[in-house]
Design a protein around this ligand. Structure first.
Ligand code: KG4
Ligand code: ZN
Length: 337
């Protein structure tokens, strides 16, 4: 079964064709990073306008290169939530046009579920149930993946998402958007124990939630101290210190949740799952505890449509369909979708 998939929830326009939820036939991502860099973050109106420019050429390129016709396909899947509404609307409306024009069924896909499904594209033996850490620019969740379309969130961030925290601190360190990527590179050459940062929620043992705002404030105070003294910022050490603290929070809660809930299969997904320290630490901890551990291929960590095609397949099998009045939504909880 071949699914044509569209993703436009933030600043990447992406299109893919995926077979049976696991096999990538073709995919393309058109990144808008250069358009948003000058502003230090994503500007929603600019994002919508770039999606409008990019989507039709991308759809043509993916279908033409695959040597397939729409009559060879089985469904159109599209990310409808969560994300920037103006961005989502472009993908949703284009997908509706395609569904109307081709007569193919339309399948609505939740963006976070798609990130989880990115794991299926390269890990052919991974099947639910498993425990997944989903860390992106907008979300930080610990999710019990009970089945392909059934999820239970057992931990979530109470303030910033991990990627958002990386990007905000990265910006203060002078890195281009998205700062998380640069901070990871600089952190490799820094001393992670150069500065002392607080341990968030350390007295709350009965939660798997995260909180990154205290860490962010502590970092801002250190950065302000250097700025006030007109001293140059030790960007390598600051990056390494912040990365270690964020990764510690993510790993410790996740491993504790796995032990408590008796999960033996673990996985990570989302843009921040590209973080090299997070990947190393999770693998080490999984090995130590005798857990099986899966990660997405680096090219499928950040937003793409291949993951939408993967999840779209399982949603299609479960009978999920969207009517022609499908709308985009900024916030839809994983369990509510
Ligand atoms: O999943 P994604 O592409 O978009 C959202 O759904 O939000 O995630 C983007 C986020 C950005 O915040 C970016 O800084 C972060 O992922 N990111 C990283 C790394 N690569 C991307 N954060 C830390 N280390 C990385 N290597
Ligand atoms: Zn994403």
């Amino acid at each position: 079964m071949k699914i044509f998939a569209i993703e436009s929830s933030c600043d990447d326009t992406a299109v893919a064709i995926v077979e049976d939820g696991r096999k990538l036939i073709n995919h393309k991502v058109s990144s808008q990073i250069n358009d948003h860099k000058v502003y230090g973050g994503v500007v929603p109106e600019v994002a919508s306008r770039k999606h409008i420019e990019n989507i039709a050429p991308l759809v043509s390129a993916v279908i033409n290169e695959s040597n397939l016709k729409f009559t060879d396909l089985d469904a159109i899947a599209v990310t409808y939530a969560p994300g920037l509404v103006g961005s989502l609307l472009v993908g949703v409306n284009f997908a509706k046009g395609l569904a109307l024009g081709t007569g193919l069924p339309l399948v609505p896909v939740h963006h976070i579920k798609a990130h989880i499904a990115s794991l299926y594209l390269t890990n052919s033996d991974l099947k639910p149930p498993f425990l997944c850490l989903v860390v992106s620019g907008g979300h930080s969740h610990i999710v019990e993946v009970l089945d392909y379309t059934k999820f239970k969130v057992i931990g979530r961030t109470r303030d910033d998402a991990a990627g958002e925290a990386f990007d905000k601190i990265g910006r203060r360190l002078g890195f281009d958007y998205p700062g998380g990527v640069a901070m990871d590179k600089f952190a490799e050459k820094g001393n992670p124990d150069s500065f002392k940062l607080p341990v968030p929620l350390k007295d709350e043992e009965d939660t798997y939630d995260f909180s990154f705002s205290g860490l962010k404030t502590a970092m801002m105070n250190i950065i302000n101290g250097f700025n006030q003294k007109n001293e140059s910022l030790p960007v390598y050490d600051l990056s390494a210190t912040f990365r270690k603290s964020v990764v510690n929070c993510l790993v410790s809660n996740f491993i504790r949740a796995a032990r408590d809930k008796n999960h033996k299969i673990l996985a990570v997904a989302g843009g921040v799952s590209a973080n090299s320290l997070l990947r190393r630490r999770l693998k080490e901890e999984a090995d130590l505890n005798g857990f099986k551990f899966y990660m997405p291929e680096l090219r499928f960590c950040s937003d793409n449509a291949a993951m939408v095609g993967a999840q779209g397949y399982y949603e299609f099998l479960s009978g999920k369909r969207a009517a022609m009045n499908l709308n985009a939504r900024a916030n839809v909880d994983l369990e509510e979708d």
